[in-house]
Ligand binder design. Sequence first.
Ligand code: IDP
Length: 135
Amino acid sequence: MERTLVLIKPDGVRRNIIGEVISRIERKGMKIVALDMRTLDAGTAKTHYEEHASRPFFESLVEFITGGPLVAMVVEGERSVEAFRALAGATDPVAAAPGTVRGDFAMEVQQNIVHGSDSTYSAEREIKLFFPDLA
Ligand code: IDP
């Protein structure tokens, strides 16, 4: 069974839509196998987003993602990487289809409510980073 790392970013927590996001994951048929609320330190945030280190928005992204508590989850299901990214919608919430989390709840590209791993390779790396003790 495939696993993916999902984050409800600090904007999603501030907006009180943790339940909404979790509900969509569960209604779709995926299973939450680990869940934790925490505030990321800058080191973990930089490792998580290391592929964006050279982008102009990197510092601002690290500041945003460490700026308040987030919810980290490991979500399991058939092709869960692709399935969650379909639920999340396009990175830019203005372009994201209505009916997706980003399409329904966000307007700004940085504050786009959720993260989902973009490949099974990324999922493995990110799950190890966030939940090193998970079997
Ligand atoms: P993804 O989250 O849909 O996989 P990525 O391109 O991997 O999108 O970008 C990671 C995160 O960086 C996005 O979810 C968003 O929060 C932020 N981001 C992406 N592009 C921009 C930008 O142009 N300006 C500010 N933040 C951005």
